[in-house]
Design a protein around this ligand. Structure first.
Ligand code: HEM
Length: 158
């Protein structure tokens, strides 16, 4: 079972680096950008931080997906997807799909161009929206992490 232990260790490590970054962006970086603490050009400040973190987040999402499906396959956990008490398994996969879509499809192909134009025209509104979107993602992540840690130890709310 060493392989499953290692898969779990890398799963959690990648989650920490990825959601830790989302938390930092939501509660520290975006408020600082909105206040103008990182310079008058908010879009430039945002891009300087984002273009470094986005690749870390993409790698982390790949690691989380590979290790997560590996554990599900090795431990033959597929039946859990038919039981409501394992809602946190569904939550992990849904959150992963949501972030994968944002990082690999929406951000490079849709958001990048539109957000830049929006932020140049109305920076206050655009960054307020961006921070709200990050809060939603962070809250979903926190619920998923608490559910997964407690649920994998046998806790059930049903
Ligand atoms: C493709 C998506 C994912 C799959 C297939 C997956 C699968 C798994 C599996 C099979 C386990 C072990 C469960 C057990 O031992 O009973 C696990 C644990 C866990 N997963 Fe995921 N996961 C995925 C995505 C995520 C995401 C997006 C997060 C958080 C943002 C996450 C956080 C966790 C945590 C915190 C644990 C508990 C680790 C522990 O306490 O030992 N997973 N995951």
């Amino acid at each position: 079972m060493t392989d499953v232990v290692m898969a779990r260790a890398f799963h959690v490590l990648a989650v920490v680096m990825w959601i830790g970054g989302v938390s930092m962006a939501t509660t520290v970086t975006l408020p600082a950008i909105r206040r103008g603490d990182l310079g008058g050009n908010q879009l430039r400040a945002f891009r300087a931080v984002e273009h470094r973190f986005v690749w870390q987040a993409r790698v982390a999402v790949i690691v989380v997906g590979l290790t997560g499906f590996y554990m599900a396959w090795r431990l033959d956990l597929w039946d859990r997807f038919r039981a409501a008490e394992f809602w946190w398994m569904h939550a992990m996969v849904c959150l992963w799909l949501l972030f994968a879509f944002i990082l690999f499809v929406a951000e490079p192909f849709i958001l990048h161009r539109h957000f830049d134009r929006w932020a140049a025209a109305r920076p206050q509104v655009a960054f307020a929206w961006l921070q709200r979107a990050h809060w939603v993602l962070l809250l979903l992540s926190v619920v998923t992490i608490v559910g997964a840690v407690a649920g994998s130890q046998g806790w059930s709310m049903f």
